[in-house]
Design a protein around this ligand. Structure first.
Ligand code: IPT
Length: 991
């Protein structure tokens, strides 16, 4: 490679030729033309391919066509290379600022017509909203400039290169460049021109840039305009028709704040926007302004004088077919979904999104932490030696990035915090970015998590802090020091508002403990909530050789270095299906709380500023899940931060069924993001009459007998069940294994809270070591009486002296069959167990068991540390809907606190089971699945699960919690399942 070329590819400065200063992404009536659409495309394996294509006359007819915007690795069925997923690691040698010669390089060409009228334009500007990672532009063979900063906008002045009529633009894009070292976010590497390309005619006398800073104070609003325009462009007029504002400024010197006597504030809850225009004779810009004031007072973060609690998510731009190419309709649906699940904030991890996303956030209502395109995480591996964040050679690139970030999006009321980037170590370049933001935008605070000691940022931020650690941050204990801080630094950090910029890693099944974090926010006002990692899985839609579609993750494209399914850690699956964790999140974050007190309920409004006028309160009473009464609750208006005490309706209590009252707060009218009647918050009250569980009937006269036997509808051979209710059924078999969740596979440190964890070793490894997935049985005895059968089994694994004794007693009790299983572990088990359950196999027989109807907790799966979304009721589901299609198959489907279960085959009832509580009143949970835990554990993707003809019913006396150890704390001790004796008692009625 020529030294000139290598100097270009490894240049640490942000390029040359792009217009500065950067400006807002504005809606203007100046003429523009989208250059999106098909371009000619040629891919070369290195950056050294001939530059012949930049000539106007170059014949590109032999080239392929590629859509712009797109990522070339997602086009052409693999012919253009493949996506690469790495989390922290660089997928190239750590050799900054150099990258390998193997550097896929895409050459793009297209013609465009410049309208004749554009000859009036003062300038013609070519804008790229996103190109990954380094690109050079030519117009009609004339070199225009080069830029890096993949998720940032770059504009070039092409006036002198264009002419009326036909023109040719050529762009060369390199996948790797020096910039790749500062764009090491945890996501797919997806090269190409992936955002819009636009040609813009800048009129003489136009508005270069405008910033309408707004504020709100007790009903009054102010617009403080910054107008960037030539002196000759004036007068400039600001109009906000709805507020009667029409302000004409004759000269730049006259531009002054405009006060508005009466406005409604903007908030994430009531995103009130006013249409505004800023115009000169030549150009008119349309904006939507929201009035709000952001400030930090002491350790409080306030908007419009009120504390904000972030119920936020980290949002990446990712789409299963388009990658980071923006799809406005999809993004809008996603944001509406966030609102429906009580998400009120977005951190744009870890780069500015498509600019339209901020318009949507303004409109639908979110508190936004807008993050710059910056991450250098791969330097972690070399103890941050060579990290660009503290290297003067990179200073300009860092400053360029933050300027482009803030300038592009500064007009949005939704943005309340600027973030410098993510996981880039620390250093003077970050401090310089922060200083620049403070000078440019004095209002909005600066966030950067890596500034642990708080030298240059305004907010104290951490990721994945455990619950005790978060509590310590919230408390005022001056003696305790914070992570990486001296006592003095701790005091400085405690003086600031705190956020968890990432927490509750939502990979696979999990996380647990949302509610524990939430509870802290209400006890310690310094804690302002946080942002779940993360909103959605980044799966890429792919096909197996036989045409089965699936969502690909790291390694599925043959990458040399990759991080597997760590990219599948969202609360939404790749196909937009909410996981149970999102339902859990919704329940935990609900902005209305109910506290029952005798015959009243206290209803608290936990919102930032909105009252409850948009809500209606419905109640219903159910007996064993069957509705018996319902109505509306009269609730007086509750203002934000207040609560009201409301009498409960009369509740008819059943003597022989459970009596539950449910209250739902629902939308009284349709919102932009949900229909009328959408449930915002729910609470339940148990008013059941006490009913003792039937006592165990002890029998005498047991005698050994291992022959065949029939008890009610159950048939046995050698003590083992072979038929039940007219179907082949086997079991119960002790099941201690669950297909490890991603959290079970996690070996992260941060385990000090749980004495059940072994630092550096995952629970799943301990389970496999102990052989929980390969238990064997030795039958010790089979005995019977006239109407009962008793077996005793010793269950243990190869190469292990540990065991579990399992006593199973089948007996006829009236017209029911009872199964009581006593499970007793030997001494010496030292780890947690995933579950204590019994498994039945239900082979196809004449018709498969393919559905369940139950009274218990539902409708979604639930686990001991994720129970808040589960409500007591009657539910039904087909067998496939009882499992979640996690990207990597793992434990799924557990329904807790079962009372009654009916198994179905099509429309027919197959078996009715009642779960009898144990002597502590605990009830088992159940899982109905087409696969055993062992089969699930062996599959890397859903399509690898075998076809089966057998259904499996597992009844668990207990399950281990979920935790979030895939990246964060292990299961909280209270929810960790330790080996212990348990009883499972079922009553079975044949049908
Ligand atoms: C943290 C990253 O900031 C985020 O981008 C993502 O990778 C997340 O982890 C895990 O999915 S960094 C981690 C070292 C705590």
């Amino acid at each position: 490679m020529s030294s000139e070329l290598s100097a270009y590819v490894s240049d640490t400065t942000p390029g040359r030729g792009a217009l500065r200063p950067a400006r807002s992404w504005l809606h203007s009536d100046a003429p523009s033309r989208s250059l999106n659409g098909p371009w000619r495309f040629r891919l070369s394996p290195t950056a050294t391919a001939a530059e012949d294509f930049t000539d106007e006359g170059f014949d590109d007819r032999g080239w392929d066509s590629i859509p712009v915007p797109s990522h070339w690795v997602l086009e052409g069925d693999g012919a253009n290379g493949r996506p690469i997923y790495t989390n922290i690691r660089f997928p190239f040698p750590i050799d900054p600022p150099h990258v390998p010669d193997e550097n896929p390089t895409g050459d793009y060409r297209r013609h465009f017509d410049l309208p004749a009228e554009w000859s009036d334009a003062e300038r013609v500007v070519l804008r790229f909203d996103g190109v990954e990672s380094l690109f050079t532009v030519w117009v009609n063979g004339v070199g225009i400039g080069a830029a890096s900063g993949s998720r940032l906008a770059h504009e070039f002045d092409v006036t002198s290169a264009v002419r009326p009529g036909d023109n040719v633009v050529a762009v060369r894009v390199h996948q790797w460049s020096a910039a790749s070292y500062v764009e090491d976010q945890d996501q797919w590497w997806l090269p190409g021109i992936f955002r819009d390309v636009t040609l813009i005619a800048r009129p003489a006398g136009g508005i270069e840039d405008v910033w309408l800073r707004t504020s709100f104070d007790h009903g009054r609003g102010r617009v403080d305009a910054e107008v960037t325009a030539e002196a000759s462009a004036f007068p400039v007029t600001l109009r906000i028709p709805e507020l009667g504002v029409e302000q004409v400024w004759a000269t730049a010197a006259e531009v002054a704040p405009v006060d508005v006597a009466e406005v409604e504030p903007w908030s994430a809850e009531r995103p009130r926007l006013y249409d505004a225009t800023v115009s000169t004779a030549a150009e008119s810009i349309t904006l939507r302004v929201g009035f709000r004031t952001v400030e930090i007072r002491g350790d409080r973060f306030l908007v419009n004088g009120r504390r904000v609690v972030f119920h936020g998510v980290n949002r990446h731009e990712t789409h299963p077919e388009r990658g980071r190419v923006f799809d406005e309709q999809h993004a809008r649906e996603d944001l509406a979904r966030m609102k429906r699940f009580n998400v009120n904030a977005i951190r744009t991890s870890h780069y500015p999104p498509h600019p339209r996303l901020l318009d949507l956030a303004d409109e639908l209502g979110f508190w936004v932490v807008l993050e710059c395109d910056l991450e250098t995480h791969g330097f972690d591996k070399v103890d941050w030696v060579g990290n660009p964040s503290d290297d003067p050679a990179w200073r300009e690139a860092y400053l360029d990035r933050i300027r482009r970030t803030v300038e592009r999006d500064k007009n949005h009321p939704s943005i309340v915090i600027w973030s410098l980037g993510n996981e880039a170590g620390t250093g003077s370049n970050l401090a310089a970015m922060s200083a620049w933001v403070h000078a440019r935008d004095a209002e909005r605070p600066v966030h950067y998590e890596g500034d642990y000691t708080g030298e240059y940022t305004d907010i104290y931020s951490r990721m994945y802090a455990s619950v005790p650690e978060t509590e310590e941050i919230g408390s005022d204990d001056a003696r305790s020091t914070l992570m990486n801080c001296t006592p003095a630094q701790s005091a400085r950090q405690r003086g600031k508002p705190f956020i968890l910029c990432e927490y509750a890693h939502a990979m696979g099944n999990g996380p647990g403990a949302f509610d524990q974090y939430e509870e802290l926010v209400h006890r310690h006002p310094r804690l302002h909530g946080g942002f779940v990692w993360e909103w959605r899985d980044h799966g890429i839609l792919a096909e197996t050789p036989d045409g089965t579609p699936y969502y690909a993750y790291g390694g599925d494209f043959g990458e040399v270095v990759h991080d597997g399914n760590f990219v599948m850690d969202g609360m939404l699956l790749s196909n937009d299906v909410p996981t149970p964790s999102l339902h859990e999140y919704k329940a935990v974050a609900q902005p209305v709380r109910f506290v029952f007190d005798g015959d009243k309920v206290a209803i608290s409004n936990l919102r930032h500023s909105a009252d409850t006028s948009d809500l209606r309160f419905r109640w219903r009473v159910e007996h064993d899940g069957t509705p018996v009464d319902a109505g509306d609750l009269e609730v007086p208006l509750v203002t934000a931060g207040e609560s009201g005490l409301v009498p409960l309706p009369r509740i008819p209590v059943s003597p022989d069924a459970e009596t539950w009252l449910t209250i739902d707060a629902v939308l009284a009218e349709a919102a932009a993001w949900a229909p009328e009647g959408h449930v915002v918050a729910t609470a339940q009250l148990d008013r059941s009459a006490r009913r003792p569980a039937p006592a165990v009937r002890h029998r005498t006269g047991w005698r050994p007998d291992a022959g065949t036997l029939t008890l009610g509808t159950a048939g046995f051979v050698g003590g083992s069940l072979v038929r039940l209710a007219g179907r082949p059924v086997t079991g119960p078999r002790l099941e201690l294994f669950r297909a490890p969740t991603d959290n079970d596979e996690g070996a992260s440190d941060g385990v000090e809270e749980s004495d059940a964890s072994v630092a550096g070793v995952s629970s799943a490894d301990l389970w496999r070591r102990d052989g929980l997935h390969r238990l064997t049985t030795r039958r010790l005895s089979v005995e019977r009486t006239a109407d009962a059968l008793r077996t005793l089994d010793r269950v243990s694994a190869a190469d292990s002296a540990l065991s579990v004794m399992v006593e199973s007693v089948w007996s006829v009790e009236g017209d029911e069959l009872e199964l009581r299983v006593e499970i007793e572990p030997s001494g010496g088990w030292r780890t947690v167990w995933p579950r204590i359950g019994i498994r039945f196999e239900l082979p196809d027989g004449t018709a498969p068991v393919d559905g369940a109807e139950w009274f218990g907790l539902g409708p979604h799966e639930s686990y001991p540390d994720s129970l808040r979304a589960a409500r007591t009721g009657r539910f039904s589901a087909g067998i496939d809907d009882l499992s979640v299609d996690y990207a990597r198959p793992q434990e799924t489907g557990h329904r807790s606190r079962l009372r009654h279960l009916t198994l179905r085959s099509g429309d027919a009832e197959v078996l009715r089971i009642t779960a009898v509580p144990d002597r502590h009143g605990r009830r088992p949970g159940f899982t109905l699945s087409r696969h055993t835990p062992q089969q699930i554990a062996a599959a890397g993707h859903p399509f690898e699960l075998p076809d089966t003809t057998t259904s499996h019913l597992i009844v668990d006396a207990a399950q281990h919690g979920l935790g979030s150890r895939a990246c964060g704390p292990d299961v909280w001790p209270e929810f960790a399942l330790r080996p212990e004796a348990r009883t499972i008692r079922l009553r079975i009625a044949g049908v």
